[in-house]
Ligand binder design. Sequence first.
Ligand code: GTP
Ligand code: MG
Length: 188
Amino acid sequence: GLRKKEVNVLCLGLDNSGKTTIINQLKPSNHSNHLGPLSGEWKHASQTQTQEIVPTIGFNIERFKSSSLSFTVFDMSGQSRYRNLWEHYYKESHAIIFVIDSGDKLRMVVAKEELDTLLNHEDIRNRKMPVLFFANKMDLRDAMSSVRVSQLLSLENIKEKPWHICASDAIKGEGLQEGLDWLHEQIS
Ligand code: GTP
Ligand code: MG
């Protein structure tokens, strides 16, 4: 049959923001108390959900297929000592998922610094690649709203790229589908 379009997605954001938890939600679930795989388009090749999520060392690569696209997701470590790895994958990536811990008010300025550095990078700056933001951990009692997060990150200043922000709870899997549907629409 027809070959699916190959898409590389880079998943970025500070350590502990929930990147791996979000990507883990795309995998089929074993647990009955869990929401299970995201509905519709998103299907993972073979692996099942890992129960224990540990801080990522370096990065992980995951592959997903939809009806029309074949995704390779680079789940990067957000720890400061690994953040210098991010830029090596900018050139070959077609879309970015940027995850923010909505409860981490103290480090919002660090997240903004990393985002600004990313958006000003020569391999990113003039490209029209879509950027999907997850204002994650919306379940936390003191979580900021996605509107507040987008204000603090000055997302309205992003003119040259389509972007979208969704509030999410990666543990329950809430808010992920909306964002991924948006991304799918941008790419296909
Ligand atoms: P690094 O790999 O170190 O860059 O971190 P990461 O962004 O991949 O974060 P990870 O997915 O490992 O999640 C960090 C912690 O946050 C874990 O204990 C998760 O269970 C927790 N977590 C992730 N998403 C949510 C969420 O939506 N709500 C809450 N309350 N906790 C979350
Ligand atoms: Mg991780």
